[in-house]
Write a protein that binds this ligand. Structure first.
Ligand SMILES: Nc1nc2ncc(COP(=O)(O)O)nc2c(=O)[nH]1
Ligand SMILES: Nc1nc2ncc(COP(=O)(O)O)nc2c(=O)[nH]1
Length: 539
């Protein structure tokens, strides 16, 4: 081991400065998620370590030694005053003393593995280490998608590998272009376990593949089955279903939910029921907090306690922008917080999400509020656009006029993303929704659907703060159902008449790589989504 202080190539001395390191984690024994979150807590408990950001969670096929369980992998970005050897010693302490890892053989099963991937000093210079017991950068990082994919969520697109001086993102693309399915990963969004059973997850498999028939180009898209989210508005004035559910008794409500679930589960493995107690129709009257609680919490409780529903397959989201409603919904068994306000109406909702790392959070784009958003639909090129920072799409700098709309949405969403991270929300909790009809008018909604693939591959480096946002691997939820922009095209003034048009549009949304569709008529749309999955994803 080193005698401190140690020097790196440029003679910089580590003397208590905050340095940056990227760690890769992996686990493939027992309760993998619990081992990983325990390792996070132990990292954070050390005053010499700060957890800056964590990547998505991925499930990956074992490399090298194949005959073992799939791994759960990811990366974390930390700041630390520990020098590389002290950091390695601390990681080993976490693995072997705290989590009691037992090493059977190289590349074999493990409860937790923490590897130092890269390390840079407080001047931002890469530190290279080549010791018997420690090599930095990690010598095998460039062959591993289970390291590169999560790492590329945390680093700026132009970050070069310290030795080869090639952009790290290029190595990831090169591995995917070999089109070997063993390198493809499943993105996992953890959900609360029911009565301490095994964890449940939303799962998304995204691949980069050459498509010789339809587009004859290599493109990146999700290929796992699309999720259907059924709307259950318990509001008397919801514009799109005339509040048909609100006046009914609890028994009637439950039988409606059971029917929605049956219709969806006929064709899909899971269904999300989105309980809404507060209409977000433009200029609609907002109920009081107590009224919203009264309309929703009992319904969630009834669903969770319903013996006729398969609780593994029925996921519950609460459509609320109020932190108190979110809190009570989570206590009652909600899996997802669906907040149309992007935490702008009640910012405390992010604290609620951060306090529940296994609850998913739908981070939506909006401008203004329910009463002003319809007037805030100008996405023309503001002058300061270029000074604030740099936009990337598919890891390449992008400043074309054609992408201005989606880049503006991306920049505004990245502000919410950065706020969420600062509040302790984990990246793996986040689903994003570009907010159809929320500060978008008419055909802007169609532009937005068309540009979802760009939004899913958007990243932004803020030149003022240096903050870096990458939306890669964050699933897109979209809610086109029965909305006014549909009626304007099909000349259907009554929202409830727009189900057929919604079914067509939902199919196209899957084509534009939307991952979760929020719909009223679940019977129709479950079929549209099933057809779309067969057509676009071959599932
Ligand atoms: N999918 C997957 N496969 C693996 N194979 C070997 C090792 C051993 O890695 P090491 O060389 O860092 O011990 N780790 C993994 C892993 O984390 N994920
Ligand atoms: N995530 C998400 N939630 C939403 N909640 C309500 C409405 C308004 O429509 P409704 O009143 O028909 O539910 N739209 C959305 C949406 O587009 N996305």
């Amino acid at each position: 081991t080193f005698n401190l202080p140690i020097e790196n190539g440029s003679g910089t001395i580590f003397n208590g400065q905050w340095n940056k390191a990227y760690l890769a984690f992996g686990s493939n024994i027992g309760d993998r998620l619990n081992f990983i979150t325990t390792a996070f807590s132990l990292l954070q408990a050390n005053p010499k370590v700060r957890l800056v950001n964590s990547s998505s969670l991925f499930e990956s096929e074992p490399m090298y030694f194949k005959d073992q369980q799939p791994f759960m992998n990811g990366c974390v970005e930390i700041e630390t005053t520990l020098d590389p050897q002290a950091l390695l010693a601390f990681c080993k302490k976490i693995e072997y003393e705290e989590i009691k890892r037992v090493k059977h053989f190289d590349n074999g099963p493990r409860s937790i593995d923490l590897d130092i991937i890269m390390y840079s000093n407080s001047d931002g210079e890469h530190v290279l280490v080549n010791d018997q017991n420690l090599v930095i950068p990690h010598p095998r990082m460039l062959e591993r998608t289970f390291v590169l994919e999560p790492l590329c969520e945390l680093i700026a697109p132009e970050m070069l590998h310290p030795i080869t001086a090639e952009p790290i993102t290029h190595y990831l693309s090169q591995i995917y272009e070999m089109d070997n399915d063993e390198n493809n990963l499943w993105k996992l969004i953890p959900l609360p376990s029911l009565q301490n059973e095994s964890h449940r997850f939303l799962k998304f498999k995204t691949v980069t593949k050459f498509d010789p028939v339809h587009t004859s180009v290599t493109h990146r898209r999700t290929v796992s089955p699309t999720y259907v989210m059924g709307i259950f508005n318990t509001t008397p004035d919801s514009f799109s279903d005339g509040g048909v559910f609100y006046q009914n008794s609890k028994e009637q409500i439950l039988s409606n939910v059971k029917q929605m679930c049956a219709d969806a589960l006929e064709l899909h493995d899971q269904v999300i029921i989105d309980i809404g107690g507060c209409s977000t129709r433009p200029n609609s009257a907002q109920p009081s907090l107590d009224e919203e609680i009264e309309r929703t919490i009992e319904v969630i409780k009834a669903i969770r306690n319903c013996p006729d529903l398969n609780q593994e397959k029925v996921l519950i989201s609460i459509d609320t922008y109020r932190s108190t409603v979110a809190e009570k919904a989570i206590e009652t068994g909600a899996d997802i917080i669906n907040d149309i306000s992007g935490a702008s109406f009640d910012p405390r909702i992010l604290d609620v999400v951060a306090a529940n790392p296994y609850v998913a959070y739908v981070m939506s784009h909006i401008r203004g509020d329910i009463n002003t958003m319809s007037k805030m639909t100008h996405y023309d090129t503001p002058k300061e656009f270029t000074t604030e920072g740099t936009d990337y799409i598919f890891n390449e700098i992008c400043d074309t006029k054609a992408t201005h709309f989606v880049r503006t949405i991306g920049r505004e969403m990245s502000q919410t993303y950065q706020t969420a991270l600062r509040k302790g929300v984990r990246r793996w909790q986040i689903i994003m929704d570009p907010g159809l009809g929320f500060a978008k008018k008419g055909t802007q909604n169609l532009d937005l659907i068309r540009q979802v693939p760009l939004l899913k591959n958007y990243s932004f480096v803020n030149s003022n703060t240096g903050g870096y946002t990458n939306l890669r691997n964050i699933p897109v939820l979209i809610g086109p159902s029965r909305k006014k922009f549909i009626g304007a095209i099909t000349k259907e003034k009554v929202a409830a008449d727009r189900d057929f048009a919604t079914g067509s549009l939902v199919t196209a949304c899957v084509g534009f790589d939307c991952d979760i569709l929020r719909v009223h008529n679940i019977k129709n749309c479950a079929k549209s989504i099933k057809i779309a999955d067969a057509l676009y994803k071959d599932v």
